[in-house]
Design a protein around this ligand. Structure first.
Ligand SMILES: Nc1nc2c(ncn2[C@@H]2O[C@H](COP(=O)(O)OP(=O)(O)O)[C@@H](O)[C@H]2O)c(=O)[nH]1
Ligand SMILES: [Mg+2]
Length: 347
């Protein structure tokens, strides 16, 4: 899963990125302005821990989340064309945005205004998408004038997109429009799921009320979390208790992102490797097999499935089987969160 961290200057993007990826520092391009920075983290999962203890494999592989610190939006927009096009390329590739808004007072920017800052970012998405949709529609009319045929319902879909964007709404309000085969390729920014990350001061853990339209929001205390991310495990646990934080920012952001993107985790187990895989919820078993290996998808026969809870309760695979908890499922079986799957396939 790839998430882009975006926000206005000095909103705390780098601070939060560092907290999530347990890094320090800032990077810049040779040109001097900030560059998109990439960091990957393993997703903690107590189920994977148990499976790993149980199977004692040579290798245990966690699901991975990649974060991109997409610096500088807007402001650099007009001044650095080259950088902006690089930024847009990165932005189009992420599955969702973490939208950081400043909720602490800054010596140069003054008191925070989360609603205003959020809206400014949303407008950037909408304006970028308006440009894309208008340009494509102009091209379509030019082609039609020359007598060319228009594919499927592309024009209708784009006109519906324009209507939403012109009403100053993000395409997120109607995800089907931008997910259609005719429009998917445009990778509209305002259609991507967003999670607003409100960056609070150390002593405040409340979410501002009703400030964000068409978006889910959560609080992270960026500075505090970054400091905690640099402590040892034991120190961090003690620190967290003092501040009433049960889980790290990383755990909370990952959990919310999985929910937002409707993702699920399934596991494969064996002597060589125990591994967690991230898929869209309810993905058909044959497609889930393809996530592991294309041969497994092509030669798919059956999926042998046991729910984590069932295996855990039974104690081991043989007992789970005796209890009738191991099922044989076909190609279309919708994979559930926590399934442990052994794919049977022919090559
Ligand atoms: N008080 C306070 N300051 C913060 C917090 N998060 C970031 N800052 C400060 O705000 C400034 C900008 O943060 P930075 O992460 O570099 O912002 P970016 O420009 O969005 O990457 C730095 O001086 C940070 O120390 C926070 O949660 N509380
Ligand atoms: Mg930064």
């Amino acid at each position: 899963m790839k998430l882009g961290i975006i926000g206005l200057a000095r909103s705390g993007k780098t601070t939060i990125f560092n907290a999530l990826t347990q890094r320090t520092g800032e990077s810049t391009t040779p040109g001097g302005h900030a560059a998109p920075v990439l960091g990957a983290v393993s997703v903690a999962d107590s189920r994977l821990d148990w499976l790993s203890q149980h199977y004692k494999p040579k290798k245990t592989t966690h699901a991975q989340v990649t974060y991109l610190d997409l610096q500088g939006l807007p402001g650099v927009l007009e001044s650095h064309q080259e950088y902006m096009s690089l930024l847009l390329t990165h932005m189009r590739q992420v599955e969702a945005f973490l939208l950081v808004v400043r909720n602490f007072s800054d010596p140069s920017l003054g008191e925070p205004d989360v609603k205003h800052d959020f809206r400014e970012l949303e407008d950037e998405f909408i304006i970028a998408d308006l440009g894309t949709a208008e340009k494509r529609l102009e091209k379509i009319s030019a082609e039609q004038k020359k007598g060319k045929k228009v594919f499927g319902s592309e024009k209708d879909l784009l006109e519906s997109c324009l209507e939403i964007l012109n009403a100053e709404k993000p395409l997120r309000v109607k995800p089907d429009l931008a997910a259609a085969p005719e429009t998917r390729g445009f990778t509209f920014l305002s259609a991507k799921p967003i999670l607003v990350v409100v960056n609070n001061t150390d002593d405040d853990d409340r979410l501002p009320e009703a400030a964000f339209e068409y978006a889910e929001a959560m609080v992270v205390r960026g500075k505090l979390e970054m400091e905690m991310a640099q402590l040892s495990e034991a120190e961090a646990t003690a620190f967290r208790q003092d501040f009433g934080l049960a889980d790290s920012a990383l755990d909370r952001v990952v959990a919310r992102s999985y929910a937002l993107l409707q993702l699920a985790t399934f596991f494969t187990v064996g002597d060589d490797e125990v591994r967690a895989w991230t898929i869209p919820r309810d993905l058909p078993a044959q497609e889930a097999a393809g996530v592991v290996h294309t041969d497994m998808q092509k030669g798919f026969i059956r999926a042998e499935v046991v729910a984590y809870e069932d295996l855990h309760r039974a104690g081991d695979f043989a007992s789970a089987r005796k209890l009738g908890l191991v099922r044989l499922e076909g190609k279309t079986y919708p994979v559930r969160d926590g399934d442990i799957i052994n794919f049977r396939f022919n090559v």
